[in-house]
Design a protein around this ligand. Structure first.
Ligand code: ATP
Ligand code: F1X
Length: 304
């Protein structure tokens, strides 16, 4: 079973309006609410591809209930730990450009974490865990602690997180990490201008323990680096409608074909990411399948 862990889920409140007038009364042209948070988005794309997963994490209050009910209605299994505060509401303003306001989310306690650890301890080496997103304040070390727990039990994990939350887990050999260029520059402490510089920076994370690195580059596609393969996968052309969840969709696509060839994994990764970028919400199966044939996995030598 694939488990996704979202420490800090969100109700994503998408607000569309012609233009935002700061300091004035603005009226929307359209609004929508989605069960969000990075791990939950991964579960939603997996479900679109008929790959079962169970969504784990912390949820509380009326917003937490919304997330649980929405996932249940979409046929996605979940087993959230109930916390005291309300799960956050993240505002996604669409005014021609995208502006995001992400809340910090409710506090969690050591008891909540013990319950999550108990869930992870029941998993086996047949399982795969996807950790994604921000961590409630005061628990920055959580990814490292849980990565160690999984590594000790020989359970593979993927992690999509920023800065030291990500780098502290490299020693436990994550199956997949998916930084974007900005995040990779933050980790390596230098600006990356050329493909060679990006490849070298990604290789340094392989040396630190990561098994597979998918460096996503938005409309430009992605670079894939592992000990055995190095590829560039351009994004298909299309009109950007929504970048919220594009990265999560990329992770889901890669994991969804975990038993397939690397080329198939990469095609699904980019098809899922780009299909979400071209949709109002996360991509559907039809959106994803329509892009698969347009994606070409290229040798990095061709683009250096
Ligand atoms: N404008 C675009 N056109 C085509 N594909 C896109 C576009 N933007 C994103 N994508 C697809 O989504 C993937 C992930 O995008 P990106 O590199 O922006 O990830 P990210 O920074 O993690 O995104 P986010 O945090 O917004 O989810 C890209 O590799 C690409 O396949
Ligand atoms: O605040 P975090 O946890 O970093 O990101 C949360 C979030 O922006 O990520 C998802 C898109 O990737 C959204 O569904 C959600 O609102």
């Amino acid at each position: 079973m694939i488990y996704t862990v979202t420490f800090n889920p969100s109700v994503d409140y998408v607000v569309r309006l012609e233009a935002l007038e700061l300091g004035g009364l603005n009226r929307t042209s359209d609004t929508a609410k989605y069960a969000g948070g990075k791990g939950i988005n991964v579960s939603r794309i997996l479900s679109a591809l008929d790959v079962p997963s169970t969504a784990l994490g912390f949820a509380g209050g009326f917003t937490g209930d919304f997330i649980k009910d929405t996932l249940e209605n979409q046929g996605i299994q979940s087993d959230f730990i109930s916390v005291n505060g309300d799960t956050r509401i993240n505002v996604k303003l669409k005014t021609g450009e995208e502006t995001e306001i992400n809340a910090s989310g409710p506090s969690i306690t050591d008891a909540d974490i013990s319950r999550l650890k108990a869930q992870l301890s029941n998993m086996t080496s047949e399982d795969h865990v996807v950790f994604a997103g921000s961590v409630p304040s005061g628990y920055d070390h959580l990814y490292e602690t849980l990565a160690k727990l999984l590594h000790d039990r020989k359970i593979e994990f993927t992690i999509d997180a920023e800065g030291t939350k990500l780098t502290s887990t490299l020693q436990y050999a994550p199956y997949l990490i998916k930084p974007n260029q900005f995040e990779l520059e933050g980790i390596t402490g230098r600006s990356l201008f050329t493909t060679s510089e990006m490849v070298d920076a990604a290789r340094s994370l392989l040396d630190r323990g990561a098994k597979n690195i998918l460096l996503t580059l938005g409309k430009d596609g992605a670079l894939f680096i592992s000990h055995d393969h190095e590829y560039f996968i351009p994004s298909p052309a299309g009109a950007l409608k929504n970048s919220v969840g594009a990265g999560d969709s990329t992770v889901a696509g890669f994991i969804s074909r975990k038993d397939g060839s690397i080329s198939e994994q990469l095609k699904y990764a980019i098809a899922c990411g780009s299909a979400t970028a071209f949709s109002d919400d996360l991509a559907t199966r039809e959106d994803i399948e329509a892009l698969l044939d347009k994606i070409e996995v290229q040798s990095i030598e061709e683009v250096k």
